[in-house]
Design a protein around this ligand. Structure first.
Ligand code: PGA
Length: 260
């Protein structure tokens, strides 16, 4: 894991967007793993800006989203289909047939989940996956005690996640209880991973994921076993890291490291 700490959310978002743009410029038909939630919004805004400046093209890109609420029609304002369309897809040039988001309204979840897994493989696997982290340490909707080898499936959301996400809904009881989510095992097969976290409300989850034991109680801790994960954090999210000086030391000395 590489831990990169930025002074502010905007700086963190710009750096993560540049990393994604570099992947796309090196491989124009890359497969992007997308996340929803408030955290990646800045990255999407930066990618849209880079696209408008002609610095990144999405015309050969394929995308896979991590998750979707069960039961919300795609037109619902809080569905992740709607979120992605409004905040990203309608501003860039990804061919609609290349966009994949789990269905929250299928009549056969088991078959859909199997198809989603197969489709990722058919498209060559995810080149770079963007992740947020829940205050309970989840990645996608892999709540505490999710198997670290889980695949795309239905999940019951944890009470903490429902409470965290209630801010987006008119009434707390409107938050769906079930979701369809990529598994930890699915995410771990991504070639590169960028996890983003900002704000002090994430400081404990971040510290547990980076410096705690690998445990299904904090599914983000599985990323310690991933060969190429970068944690992009702002100062408050990094506030509880014990090895902070070492992470800064690494970043300071990075430019002088031997080129491989
Ligand atoms: P947030 O959600 O970006 O809205 O904080 C993160 C997550 O639950 O993964």
């Amino acid at each position: 894991m590489e831990v990169c700490i930025y002074r502010a959310y905007e700086e963190m978002s710009r750096a993560a967007a540049q990393l994604v743009a570099d992947v796309l410029n090196a491989k124009p038909n890359a497969v992007l793993g997308m996340a929803t939630g408030s955290t990646p919004l800045g990255v999407y805004q930066e990618l849209v800006k880079l696209h408008q400046k002609g610095e990144v093209d999405f015309s050969h890109v394929t995308t896979f989203n991590l998750d979707e609420y069960v039961g919300l029609p795609i037109t619902h304002e809080q569905s992740y289909h709607h979120f992605m369309h409004e905040n990203f897809f309608r501003h860039v040039n990804i061919p609609p047939q290349n966009i994949h988001i789990p269905s929250g309204t299928t009549t056969n979840y088991r078959a859909f989940c199997e198809w989603y897994e197969k489709r990722i493989v058919e498209c060559g696997g995810i080149d770079i996956q963007i992740l947020g982290i829940g205050s309970d340490g989840h990645i996608a909707f892999n709540e505490p005690t999710s198997s670290l080898s889980s695949r795309t499936r239905l999940k019951t959301l944890a009470k903490q996640t429902i409470d965290d996400n209630a801010r987006f809904f008119d009434k707390p009881e409107d938050v769906p209880i079930y979701a369809i989510t990529m598994g930890v095992g699915t995410i771990m097969e991504s070639k590169r991973i960028v996890l983003l976290a900002n704000g002090a409300k994430k400081d404990q989850a971040v510290a547990a994921a980076v410096e705690g034991p690998v445990t299904s109680m904090i599914t983000a801790s599985a990323l310690q076993m991933h060969p190429s994960t970068k944690m992009f954090l702002d100062e408050p999210a990094a506030g509880k890291l014990k090895m902070r000086e070492y992470y800064d030391w690494i970043q300071y000395h990075k430019p002088g490291a031997p080129r491989v």
